[in-house]
Design a protein around this ligand. Structure first.
Ligand SMILES: [Zn+2]
Ligand SMILES: [Zn+2]
Length: 226
């Protein structure tokens, strides 16, 4: 097996106990050199609402959100946004290398086995972006791991998020529509909404709103990076 990012041979040193444990061995598509460039978020005094690392309490972003919204996200993420993640998403999203969707398979799969939900949905690409790229990056990132339900539609925005500054992003009005399938879900189900990167939290907040307005109470969000 070669690293999907750099092409290096991946050496999986399985321990004897792992081989004989009869547990599912989760495939790994990232080499140790690439992995060393990641900054995992687990156990770093993350903000209890948005998972921002080294916060120790509710972070300043969340305090702003709290003034606007009663209900706040319960977010989890795997890796801090850094140069490696930046380059990864550039290759994956901007240059459209769909094979990179599996680079973090092992990490996302491990997380999925530890966290239980009833209905799992994702932040969809807008029609315009989908047509440009030919694939939906968030869907592809998670489709092999979760039983994804398409429940949201993204309306094409006036300009791409990446071209907006922080304040412009936080002020963007609701950009999602809920699909009628949402009405079929019992309101006591645990909902998980997936995205690729959590920046200001606005995108997931609006997706979260679609579900909370429909009467769902148990809504969590997750992103690969924060
Ligand atoms: Zn590598
Ligand atoms: Zn926060």
């Amino acid at each position: 097996m070669r690293c999907l990012n750099c092409g290096m041979e991946i050496i999986n040193n399985l321990k004897i106990t792992e081989i004989f444990s009869f547990k599912e061995i989760i495939p790994n598509y990232i080499c140790n050199l690439c992995r060393e460039q990641l900054s995992p978020l687990a156990g770093r005094n993350n903000c209890p609402h948005c998972f921002k690392p080294d916060s120790f309490e509710i972070c300043s972003d969340c305090q702003i959100w709290e003034q606007k919204y009663q209900e706040i996200n319960c977010h989890q993420a795997l890796f801090e946004y850094n140069q490696f993640i930046h380059s990864y998403f550039k290759l994956y999203k901007r240059y459209g290398d769909v094979l990179l969707a599996k680079l973090f398979y092992q990490d996302i799969k491990s997380w999925s086995l530890k966290n239980q939900f009833d209905v799992i949905t994702y932040i969809p690409a807008s029609r315009g972006h989908f047509q440009q790229r030919g694939f939906d990056p968030v869907y592809e990132l998670y489709a092999d791991i979760f039983d994804l339900k398409k429940l949201l539609v993204k309306v094409d925005a006036d300009k791409p998020q990446a071209q907006k500054n922080r304040l412009e992003r936080m002020r963007t009005p609701q950009t999602f529509l809920g699909l009628p399938e949402i009405n079929l879900i019992p309101r006591n189900q645990r909902i998980l909404i997936l995205d690729d990167i959590y920046t200001t939290g606005r995108t997931l907040m609006y997706a979260h709103d679609i579900f909370s307005e429909q009467g769902f109470q148990n809504i969590s969000t997750f992103s690969l990076s924060r």
